[in-house]
Design a protein around this ligand. Structure first.
Ligand SMILES: O=C(O)CCC(=O)/C=C/C=C(\O)C(=O)O
Ligand SMILES: [Fe+2]
Length: 312
């Protein structure tokens, strides 16, 4: 039974600070093609590796990895609010398998997920509930981070579970590529920002709107001399996509967290979700992969890429 994979960037600025119509048309066409492929594949299960951006997970208890047996979208940045169709029993079985594989994964029986999980799920399936989906959140935004080799191990263990199922499984990775949106850092944060990063769950609509307005304002100047954030790095992005497409996954073990932050931006670590997704696919079997799309898009603060793969 072939297992399929799609890894793609997400952006909170889609629909809020768009590039020109030609670029939108290109991206829409790529996403429509991917969605049609998912529809034709008709997955019996989706496993989505995703980050969180201080919407479900906070520093009052920040796990490196968490698997959800139930999840609800917070509906940030124009994504749909509401429950995902998580098969709780199967998610728990996967959690047990990961623990048996020496991976200390956290378990949530009521996880709030944000656009980092739901935008891609919606783009690939049209809704939050169309297919059974197990979300696995990988901390990619709230330092400190564990090494990339741990992410590869997590992916491998998820893949060995998927291989046993003998089902049509779609593996999703969402985030990246190079980018640095205005996500606050706990280190040296003023007290009110620190309080939010530590325990800012369920903000008021006004607080959420102010967050969103700050991100849009940054999108309007990102990539210009006015903006102090790390610019997009298409060379880094291309090399990373090539590495995955060519199956050289062991090379991520040499990735250095600080070097990546500096070269490509702090949120580039969302590519941890791509690493886990590809490691899972490789654990199922040999794969072939293709680049569907790449373009650095300043308006979206995103080295925006889409890659598809399947076991052969
Ligand atoms: O909302 C905030 O407080 C910070 C902005 C934010 O969360 C941005 C997220 C950006 C992405 O998800 C991304 O570009 O991947
Ligand atoms: Fe993100």
């Amino acid at each position: 039974m072939p297992v399929q994979l799609k890894c793609l960037s997400h952006t909170p600025l889609r629909g809020l600070n768009d590039p020109g119509a030609e670029v939108i048309a290109e991206v829409d066409a790529v996403l429509a093609k991917c969605r049609a492929e998912v529809e034709a594949y008709d997955p019996e299960l989706i496993v989505v590796f995703a980050p969180d951006h201080y919407n479900g997970l906070f520093y009052d208890l920040m796990p490196p990895f968490v698997i959800a047996t139930a999840a609800e979208s917070v509906g940030d940045y124009q994504t749909k609010p509401g429950p995902l169709s998580v098969p709780g029993g199967l998610a728990l079985e996967l959690a047990r398998h990961l623990l048996d594989s020496d991976l200390d994964i956290a378990i949530s029986h009521r996880l709030q997920v944000d656009h980092g999980c739901t935008q891609t799920l919606q783009e690939m399936t049209g809704s939050l509930e169309r297919y059974p989906v197990i979300p696995i959140i990988i901390n990619s935004v709230a330092p400190p981070f564990g090494p990339y080799r741990r992410i590869r191990k997590l992916g491998q263990a998820v893949g060995s579970f998927i291989a046993r199922l003998g089902k049509r499984v779609l593996i999703l990775g969402t985030g990246g590529l190079s980018h640095e949106p205005p996500v606050p850092l706990l280190a040296d944060a003023p007290q009110d920002v620190a309080d939010f990063l530590i325990a800012g769950r369920n903000p008021t609509p006004e607080f959420r709107a102010a967050r969103q307005a700050r991100t849009i304002a940054t999108g309007k100047i990102f990539g210009t001399p006015q903006c102090g954030l790390t610019p997009l790095n298409p060379e880094w992005d291309k090399a990373f996509m090539r590495l995955l497409i060519e199956g050289r996954l062991e090379q991520v073990d040499a990735f250095r967290i600080d070097e990546i932050s500096k070269a490509a931006g702090r949120s580039t670590h969302e590519v941890r979700t791509w690493v886990a997704a590809f490691a899972a696919l490789q654990a199922v079997g040999d794969y072939s992969a293709r680049e569907d799309y790449y373009r650095p898009i300043n308006e979206w603060i995103a080295g925006y890429g889409v890659v598809s793969a399947a076991t052969v």
